[in-house]
Every structure is written in C-alpha cells, then in structure tokens.
Design a binder for this molecule. Structure first.
Ligand code: DAH
Length: 338
C-alpha cells in the first residue's frame, strides 16, 4: 500500500505540473481527492490492515493528501497569475482615441446678476437673509400697511393658497420678519423668488426681487441716496440717475429710482419707451406705522428700504428684450452669459 501511495504522489506531481488551465486542475483534484477519488478509495482499504500497519499507512495517506493539496494550490496560483498577465497584455488602452470631453455649465444670467448685486451690498456691510416663499397674508400685506382694499391683494394679482396664506408677491415681508427678530442698528438684503399671476414680454409668474433694509438712529433720505447711487455706479458704471416721487404704503416718503437707459444713453428707444430713463427700483423711508407695528420706537429709530427686480437689472446689463427667455431653458440663450 505504501508503494501505491508513493506512486500516486509522483504520478499526480507530474499530472499537476502538466495542467494548462484551471479546469484541468479542478478535474485532477476530483480524481484524487474527491469522494470517489483514488486516494479516498485507497483509504477505504485501511480496514484490512494489521494493527501495526494501520498508523503507518494512515500517516502516509494524510501526508500524501497534504502534499497533493499544496501542489494543487501552488499550480492554481501560477495559472491565475499567467491568466492575469495575458489579460494585461491583450487588453491595452488606445491612448490615441479622443477622450469624452465634459462641458462646463454656466451660471444662469439671473443667478449671475444676483451674485453681483449681493456682493456689492455685502461689501457695504449688509447681511444676506432669507424668507419663506409661502407667506402669511399678515406679513405680505397687513404688517406692511397695505390696506385691505388695496388692488394688489386681488386674486388677479396674488396667488392665494387659502384666505391667510399666499405665494409672496414681494420680498418686503422679509423686512417685517427680520425686524421682529433683530434689534437696530442693522443693514440687510434679501434676494428671492416672488410670484404674481402675469405673463407677457415683461412679466413672468415667478420672478426675482432683492429687498434691502437699513434701520438705525438718524438714518435719513441722504443715506438712502448715497447707498443706492453708489450701488448703481457699481453695476452700470458712471451713469445718470434720478429719484421720482412715488407711493408705497410701507414707506413715507417713497420714490422710484431711474437710471439713464443703457441702450440709447438717454436719447430714447424701445427699451425706455422713448423716455431715456428706465426704472430700476422702489424705495423710501420706512413708514413709522410699520416701525411701530414691529415694536420699534419711531422717535428713536428710522431707516430706509428698497426693492428691485433682478430680471430688470439683468435685462439692462445684457440688453435682452423678452423676459420670458430667462425661463425657457434654451441652452443656446443661456450659454451666452459666460
Ligand atoms: N415691494 C415693492 C414691489 O414689489 C418694491 C419696494 C418698494 C420695496 C419700496 C421696498 C420699498 O422695500 O421701500 O413693488
């Protein structure tokens, strides 16, 4: 039996050495170590051995098993390495093929304009704040001194969610929210989306505003003019501006600010409706009624506020004549504002 075992060892050593592929190895393994493998069958003959021979042959069988297993493992590793090497040799990358280029996106012109305007005010010490787009009627109208009968409250001009809640029609309610939570002095701006049921070449149902509010002691209309004129020169360069008296319920006195038309430089054209001027924002001294409403003492504190449309500023900066183009997401249009 010992001779049989030795024969198997050298026979399989040769066979394993000659195996070319993993499948050959698998077959050899089954042939010798499997349930009906040669070595397994041989072990079954142990029962016929004498007590003296049993342990000797048993040990020889175990050794043979381990020996063959280690040969199989060794060969398995060397075949696997060869397969990998072959793969690396054949699977070459053709570095002359053109790569897939990733295109850079661009900022939307409204985003780009908003960032520009924000930076100008941030550099003057303004905080940037946020407010909800779904707003209470109380903040959107009541607290801003807008009378119950005001036409802007009509369902033709405001998207109502229910009697007490609207899609905000302006960023001005954020003034109220901010004042209720802060003590003067402060300066803040609030950029954001607003909603009104309009749709034509100069109106879209959603558009963007930027609100501004400065409150402190001894703030005057001269401060308002100083800050807003500085802002306009930063955006449009050295250009003529004018303040026209106007009315807003939440400011007193109120004004609208015009800049000289960037297209015709005051000569008159389609954009400025031949007036030479384009209105860019509403502004004024915060109405004492609004100050009292948020618990400020109007004898101690005063301030000014302003509100502008981002689309209007972007139109003037880029000379675009149809506002709807901003929201049609035509990449050919949007790509121009790199
Ligand atoms: N909320 C106004 C509008 O949507 C704009 C405005 C005007 C805001 C005057 C102000 C302001 O803060 O003082 O038309």
């Amino acid at each position: 039996m010992k001779a049989k075992i030795d024969f198997l060892k050298s026979d399989y050593k040769e066979k394993i050495k000659n195996a070319m592929i993993l499948k050959d190895l698998e077959e050899l393994k089954i042939k010798i170590l499997g349930k009906k493998g040669t070595l397994t069958e041989l072990a079954k003959e142990m029962k016929n051995l004498s007590l003296k021979d049993k342990p000797i042959i048993g040990q020889a069988l175990n050794e043979a098993k381990e020996y063959i297993k280690s040969l199989l493992d060794e060969k398995f590793l060397s075949i696997s390495a060869k397969i990998k090497e072959e793969k690396l040799k054949t699977e070459t990358i053709d570095i002359t093929l053109p790569g897939e280029s990733a295109e850079n996106g661009t900022l939307h012109p409204i985003t780009e304009t908003t960032e520009l305007v924000k930076d100008i005010f941030i550099n003057m010490g303004f905080d940037v704040v946020d407010g909800p787009e779904i707003e209470k009627v109380m903040y959107n109208f009541d607290a801003l001194n807008i009378p119950k009968s005001h036409p802007s409250r009509d369902i033709q001009d405001t998207f109502y969610i229910d009697d007490d809640v609207v899609l905000r029609t302006q960023t001005s309610p954020v003034q109220v929210r901010y004042m209720l939570n802060h003590k003067p002095p402060f300066r803040m701006i609030c950029p954001g989306k607003v909603y009104r049921p309009d749709y034509d070449i100069s109106h879209t149902p959603m558009f963007h505003q930027m609100e501004g509010l400065v409150i402190g002691e001894n703030i005057s209309f001269a401060d308002l003019k100083g800050i807003l004129i500085y802002f306009v020169t930063k955006v449009f360069g050295d250009t003529n501006v004018r303040f026209r008296p106007h009315f807003f319920p939440f400011t007193e006195p109120s004004a609208e600010m015009d800049v000289e038309c960037a297209v015709c430089h005051g000569k008159g054209c389609r954009l400025c409706k031949n007036s030479g001027w384009v209105e860019i924002m509403g502004c004024g001294m915060v109405n004492p009624i609004v100050l009292k409403g948020v618990g400020y003492d109007p004898n101690k504190y005063s301030g000014f506020a302003f509100g502008m449309g981002m689309e209007r500023i972007a139109v003037l900066r880029h000379g675009i004549d149809d506002l709807r183009a901003f929201f049609e997401n035509d990449v050919r249009f949007l790509k121009q504002f790199k």
